[in-house]
Design a protein around this ligand. Structure first.
Ligand code: GLN
Length: 192
């Protein structure tokens, strides 16, 4: 099992640390050729406009779309924005996951927050359904979940913060910034 982490911008290093901690080989992805021998890919948080522009410059857009047709991709925060079909702004998007997203939906950096959530899908992959501590940093909201995509987690008020469509996974929050390894284990189970 080898999982790549898109390493154009953002907190890719934290994802790599987490993957290594659960015993998974991890590799930085900056060029199309780096996708060749991977079982899955994580796209980190950061600034989605920057990540998109760099992906265009490095000719990664079509190779990433092709990868997502066959293998698992997980976008956290900016990575989830980049996966989505529409953000109602002009910026490069992969557009391969049937969700629409609102950027910076919770306000500015100072409105970042943490909350414990119920994420039932973690149970099958990890055996534990203890509440999952989530970190939101200038986070996007998943506005609509369409086609065969489904909701994985919601805030107590019902707003959607995680979704999955087959092997494509999108989270508004940052599991790589906690010490709880369950979300990464869950993603590994989607890569198998
Ligand atoms: N605000 C960023 C964006 O819109 C996402 C923030 C994050 O990835 N933590 O791209």
């Amino acid at each position: 099992m080898k999982i790549g982490v898109l390493a154009l911008q953002g907190d890719f290093a934290e994802h790599i640390v987490m993957l290594k901690r659960i015993g998974v080989e991890a590799a930085e992805v900056r060029l199309p050729a780096h996708l060749n021998d991977l079982d899955g890919l994580i796209m980190p948080g950061g600034e989605s406009t920057t990540i998109g522009k760099l992906a265009v410059a490095y000719r990664l857009m079509d190779p990433l779309r092709e990868f997502g047709r066959q293998k698992a991709i997980w976008g956290t925060c900016a990575g989830a924005i980049f996966l989505s079909k529409d953000v109602r702004r002009d910026q490069p998007l992969l557009g391969i996951m049937d969700i629409t997203v609102q950027r910076n939906a919770f306000g500015r950096q100072v409105n970042s927050f943490e909350v414990d959530l119920d994420i039932p899908e973690l149970k099958a992959a990890t055996g534990s359904d203890a509440p999952y501590h989530t970190v939101f940093i200038r986070a996007p909201l998943i506005e609509t979940v369409n086609g065969d995509a489904k909701i994985i987690s919601q805030l107590p008020d019902g707003r959607i913060v995680a979704a999955r469509q087959g092997k494509l996974l999108a989270t508004s929050f940052h599991p790589e910034l906690t010490r709880d390894e369950r979300f990464h284990q869950y993603f590994v189970s989607l890569c198998r």
